[in-house]
Ligand binder design. Structure first.
Ligand code: UGA
Length: 435
């Protein structure tokens, strides 16, 4: 079977390399010639553990090719649409222009009997509309939806060993073709869920809304711990032992960011309003507010430690990516906090093991250090904002000799508090009383 992957960002590049590794002939298509050049050379334009090795292996095998020409996909049985659906400027809704133009571009080339399968995260009702778009364009291809649940940092693992496969289809033929494409995964026991188009679209936004809710729930508990002298890390551990609750995604801190969770819950709210069902998702507004409040609480702690005076104060920020093992800085809580402190007059120096370059493109006014040591040097306070393992490995005794004042705030509740305190640091964290 021949497959095309339209859009070669995080999702598409990973899907292309993974499907090729399952033995299919794959063509990755993108409108960005520079990206296609890199991918052809076996290079990934972003940091994702394990992806470059897999991509290079597949390009060298001859199964995986890349092109900017949609006509090169004409012999494919399945066209996977993997383009972005970012938040619209000035609105909570998702911008669907890339999905719509991908369907427009592939329609004249998709052969009879082929499937156009959306993987992008879209508002419910989009797939039915795109199916109609294909008909109006005179395309013989059929539309299906197959949401993607991969996490950045684990993209290869999540694509080749997903915890479920969900397909929204309108015919047995479409389901069977998708089953063929995913046969190696199904043979390994991955659960298969057939749904209608609307349910398949909803599964994705419901899953991300639930994850966002879990994080904001524990961050709301962190706020309560702060006012009562409790410790949210102990609380999370204790409730997590109940298997109905579970311990994952209960890491309190500066909250969720990235290209998915924030924009997905907002787009879901916007869609529910269009449908007259806003009441059902009213709670997501609170999830979003709790999340943004966590960033503000972090800034309040910095002000507290610096006697309310940020002007010219040397502040070291560890982390720029929205999460570790990624160089993605889209809606990064770490950078939002750094930016706000810098705008209030703080002299902020940021270090991230992988995301310095991306961060400096978006926030050129911040200073970037080339190492942990350079970042901390002379600082009056250190903020731990992305939980890279490199930061957990810092020796607090050695680090103390670098800074002007041994103040640290753990915005991710991931550092060994006892070790830092033993070394003489004044240690604060979100959701934990200061000792
Ligand atoms: C998320 C979902 O987890 C994926 O299942 C989904 O496929 C993806 O969005 C998507 O829609 O494409 P991702 O954005 O890669 O994946 O990141 P997550 O691991 O979900 O983390 C999101 C944010 O939540 C990060 O900023 C992370 O630091 C934060 N987080 C996560 C917490 O603050 N606490 C936690 O306990 C867990």
């Amino acid at each position: 079977m021949k497959l095309s992957i339209i859009g070669t960002g995080y999702l598409g590049a990973t899907h292309a390399a993974a499907m090729s590794s399952l033995g299919f002939e794959v063509i990755g298509i993108d409108v960005d010639p520079a990206k296609i050049e890199l991918l052809r050379a076996g290079k990934v334009p972003f940091f994702e553990p394990g992806l470059e090795e897999l991509l290079l292996q597949e390009v060298n095998s001859g199964r995986l090719k890349f092109s900017t020409n949609f006509a090169d996909a004409k012999n494919c049985e399945i066209h996977f649409i993997c383009v972005g659906t970012p938040q619209q400027k000035g609105s909570l809704a998702a911008d669907l222009k890339y999905v719509e133009s991908a369907v427009d571009a592939i329609a004249p080339h998709a052969k009879a009997g082929s499937l156009v399968v959306g993987k992008s995260t879209v508002p419910v009702g989009t797939a039915a509309r795109l199916a109609q778009q294909l008909v109006e364009l005179g395309s013989p291809a059929e539309l299906a939806w197959n949401p993607e649940f991969l996490r950045e940092g684990f993209a290869v693992e999540d694509t080749l060993r997903p915890n479920r496969l969900v397909v929204g289809v309108t015919s047995d033929r479409a389901e069977n073709l998708l089953k063929l494409a995913y046969k190696p995964l199904l043979d390994n026991g991955v659960p298969w869920i057939r749904a209608d188009l609307a349910t398949a679209e909803l599964v994705k936004v419901a899953a991300n809304s639930f994850l966002a809710t879990k994080i904001s729930f524990i961050n709301a508990m962190a706020e309560i711990c702060e006012t009562t002298g409790g410790d949210v890390t102990v609380l999370a551990k204790a409730i997590g032992y109940d298997p109905r609750i579970g311990s994952r995604f209960l890491q309190a801190g500066i909250g969720f960011g990235g290209g998915c969770l924030p924009k997905d819950i907002r787009a879901f709210m916007a869609r529910s309003e269009e449908l007259g069902a806003q009441q059902s998702l009213e709670f997501l507004r609170e999830i979003d507010s709790i999340n943004l409040r966590a960033r503000q609480r972090m800034i309040d702690l910095v002000r507290l430690d610096l006697d309310e005076d940020l002007k010219g104060r040397k502040i070291a920020v560890l982390g720029a990516a929205f999460k570790p093992d990624s160089d993605d800085v889209r809606d990064s809580p770490a950078l939002d906090i750094s930016d706000q402190i810098s705008k209030a007059g703080g002299a902020v120096t940021v270090f991230d093991p992988k995301a310095n370059a991306n961060a400096s493109l978006r926030f050129p006014h911040l200073t970037y250090a080339a190492s942990i040591e350079a970042c901390m040097s002379g600082a009056e306070i250190v903020l731990h904002l992305t939980e890279w393992k490199e930061f957990r490995a810092i020796d607090p005794i050695k680090a103390k000799s670098l800074v002007a004042r041994a103040n640290i705030i753990d915005g991710r509740n991931a550092l060994d508090r006892e070790a830092w305190e033993r070394a003489g640091w004044h240690f604060r964290a979100l959701g934990r009383a200061t000792r």
